[in-house]
Ligand binder design. Structure first.
Ligand code: BDR
Ligand code: CA
Length: 303
């Protein structure tokens, strides 16, 4: 797989679990939770912490059409606030994530693209190389859902670049969407954070500090959450541990014009005998305890 990310606290967890359970051909970065230079730096730091030499390529520094917006209210100014982070040991391999995605998917049949930030890089790659859609195994993304977190309708990764998301939802190949319905079930609860803290070493300490910082904004702003939603690992785990998830094929359309609904993923739930042809495997539920065990085991593995 190629993980396309904007680290981001939950992106960091996704990188750890992807490096543990998948053959990660590369990590590409995009502006999202923080500006591109920060998300690229953060990706390199996380990979250093797990001793990984996976190549990092930086990509789009802004959305296709929408004005740039970060998520510093959740992830802090650096995109990864809350822990003492080491300086990265290396720079990105290139600043051309789009070329990296295209070349890698042409050289290797059956690559999964796993976007866990705004979909700008993936849309640009699909647009520049129309053959990609039939070469890749599919796209497993974190984004969307039946409710939003930036607006009532729109989730951040889709809201940040709806035009890019529209290209991805129409690309015609296999698509999996881990939206807020499932990701809000995987929370960094105090007892789970305590389990991470018990593991000796720098990586567990950094990740526990990061998740504690990240959880504060969720606990403060929600009536019903005891920890942050650890969104992004779901897009990885839905591929590596599919038995932990409930998934159904649906038709999903991207709303990019609505006054109140720009960035919404409209899932057709009409129970018609002749339904609109599905274009997306929607991930609805997760067996959260064993799924979090997989995250903790991955941290232990690299600690
Ligand atoms: C998504 O937005 C970002 O803040 C997270 O990293 C995640 O990818 C959740 O809406
Ligand atoms: Ca993210």
């Amino acid at each position: 797989m190629i993980v396309d990310c904007d680290p981001g606290h939950d992106d960091a967890m996704a990188l750890v679990v992807a490096a543990r359970h998948a053959d990660v051909l590369g990590v590409t970065t995009v502006a999202g939770n923080a500006p591109l230079h920060s998300t690229t730096r953060n990706a390199r730091i996380v990979l250093d912490l797990i001793g990984s030499k996976i190549p990092v390529h930086s990509g789009a520094s802004r959305p296709l059409v929408a004005p740039p917006h970060d998520a510093s209210h959740v992830h802090g100014k650096s995109g990864l606030d809350g822990a003492d982070l080491p300086e990265p040991s290396r720079g990105p391999e290139s600043e051309n994530a789009i070329a990296f995605i295209i070349e890698t998917c042409r050289a290797n049949e059956g690559v999964w693209l796993v976007p866990i930030g705004p979909l700008t890089n993936i849309a640009l790659a699909l647009r520049a190389a129309p053959d990609l859609g039939s070469r890749i195994a599919g796209i497993s993304l974190m984004g969307g859902g039946t409710f939003g977190n930036v607006t009532a309708a729109a989730e951040f990764n889709v809201w940040a670049d709806p035009e890019a998301a529209d290209i991805v939802f129409r690309y015609g190949g296999k698509l999996m969407m881990s939206g807020l319905d499932v990701t809000h079930q995987l929370q960094a609860t105090p007892s789970r954070l305590a389990r991470i803290r018990e593991i000796p070493g720098q990586l567990p300490k950094v990740l526990a500090d990061l998740l504690a910082f990240y959880s504060k904004s969720y606990i403060n702003s929600h009536r019903d959450m005891t920890g942050a939603a650890v969104h992004d690992p779901c897009a990885v785990l839905a591929l590596t541990h599919p038995h932990l998830f409930s998934i159904s094929p649906e038709h999903v359309a991207l709303e990019s014009h609505g006054e109140h609904t720009r960035g919404m993923t409209l899932i057709d739930r009409r129970q018609y005998s002749k339904p609109v042809a599905p274009n997306c495997d929607v991930v609805w539920g997760v067996d959260d305890e064993p799924a979090f065990d997989v995250l903790i085991e991955a941290i232990q593995f690299f600690a």
